[in-house]
Design a protein around this ligand. Structure first.
Ligand code: FES
Length: 400
């Protein structure tokens, strides 16, 4: 696939707005498979949305700058000043971390491998919507949403699926990526170019759960049978600012849903806990933090710990640096004799099959999004939230 497939950038304005509360948005007539009935054949475009990561050390500064300015992810006092200030203060340290893992984030490479495998399977699973093409849309680094949209236009895509690569929904991740996608389309004058549906969450999809279980079993192989009797599974998810959680964000319960399904498949044969990692900046974050969890397990004289990065679908700095280096050192200091991490999903064939099945099932259902998607957080004040630009299938969005 082309290097330019899929991209994003902080977009401008112009998300389509509705005239009245509860308006039903409609677009072209829809066939059962979800493809456009307007007679314009073309590939089905699958936009794989994720945060992304700096590809080189030179990308680190601009990446952090965009991240700390984004109020949909983190809200800071005097953000226009404090955001760039924090980004500048952290750049050197974060560059050192990236240097230690090879000089850049591997997330684009993994996403492309996942996208290629997914499309290959989808062409077989769903010939009526073939060919399928994937487009990567990262939040703060190329390829951006704008890149994705332009590549889709070049490829003659009409029917498009915005597919979050965050299994557990949050307005800070999936929600903000979607808002950005619609802004980018408006900015490029492509608001009516594609007919969209959205895969907004898949925390308990059986094939995804199966893939996570596989990685845990691989991780457990690092422990002897006797050690496995004592092992504690620590499901470590990316944290969220508490202000986002307190707005009514679904993320903590969706992380819990994944963990519950995974543990069910494991017959609840191990002790387990959930913790949150990667908090940054001067605001309170969702806890307990994974550091606190490691210290707690050390105090409890637990010797065997297997960390499972539950909200990550591929390796990046949070797994390769934060867990493998930083937390491993902390675990050693805390007296934990064996501290390991389950492999990331990366190119796991079961996971790639899961991605294809999730899209296939979505297209078969002919749905615009999940039933849950239009329902806003009780504390939401953002009129852009929970929209679908030019939806391929009618859906009901409550507007305030
Ligand atoms: Fe959650 Fe707007 S912040 S719906």
């Amino acid at each position: 696939m082309s290097e330019t497939q899929g991209t994003w950038q902080a977009g401008a304005n112009g998300v389509r707005s509705e005239a009245a509360a509860g308006e039903v948005q409609t677009a072209g007539e829809t066939r059962p498979g979800g493809t456009s009935g307007n007679g314009q054949a073309g590939p089905t475009g699958i936009v794989m949305m994720n945060l992304g990561g700096p590809k080189t050390l030179a990308d680190v500064g601009p990446f952090l700058h965009r991240l700390f300015l984004d109020r949909e992810i983190i809200q800071l006092p005097v953000q226009n000043w404090l955001g760039p200030f924090i980004a500048r203060m952290r750049t050197k340290h974060v560059q050192e971390l990236y240097e230690a893992i090879g000089g850049g984030s591997p997330i684009l490479r993994w996403t492309k491998l996942q996208g290629e495998g997914m499309c290959e399977l989808l062409d077989r699973l769903s010939p009526q919507t073939a060919p399928h093409r994937f487009y990567v849309a990262f939040r703060y680094i190329e390829p951006t949403s704008e890149d994705a949209l332009l590549a889709m236009k070049r490829d003659g895509v009409r029917r498009a699926v915005a597919f979050t690569q965050y299994p557990q929904f949050s307005c800070a991740t999936t929600g903000s990526s979607l808002n950005e996608l619609w802004r980018a389309a408006a900015k490029l004058g492509l608001s009516n170019e594609f007919e969209w549906s959205v895969i907004d969450r898949w925390p308990a999809h059986p094939r995804y759960v199966e893939a996570v279980v596989e990685t845990i079993k691989q991780g457990l192989e690092e422990f002897t049978e006797e050690e496995r009797e004592d092992v504690v599974l620590v499901f470590s998810a990316h944290s969220l600012p508490l202000s986002v959680v307190n707005r009514g964000d679904a993320y903590p319960e969706e992380v819990g849903a994944t963990v519950h399904e995974v543990m069910k498949r494991l017959d609840f044969a191990y002790e387990y806990m959930i913790s949150y990692q990667s908090d940054v900046g001067p605001v309170p974050w969702l806890g307990p933090s994974t550091e606190e969890m490691i210290e707690h397990l050390g105090q409890q004289k637990r010797n065997n710990v297997l960390v499972v990065g539950i909200s990550f679908t591929s390796d990046h700095i949070e797994t390769l640096s934060e867990i493998d280096i930083e937390y491993a050192e902390l675990a050693q200091k805390c007296g934990i004799a064996k501290f390991r991490r389950a492999p990331s999903l990366n190119d796991n064939p079961t996971f790639i099959k899961a991605l294809a099945e999730i899209v296939h099932e979505h297209l078969q259902r002919g749905e615009a999004c999940t039933k849950q998607y239009p329902l806003r957080c009780p504390g939401c004040t953002n009129p852009e939230c929970r929209n679908i630009l030019n939806p391929a299938i009618p859906f009901k969005r409550i507007v305030f």
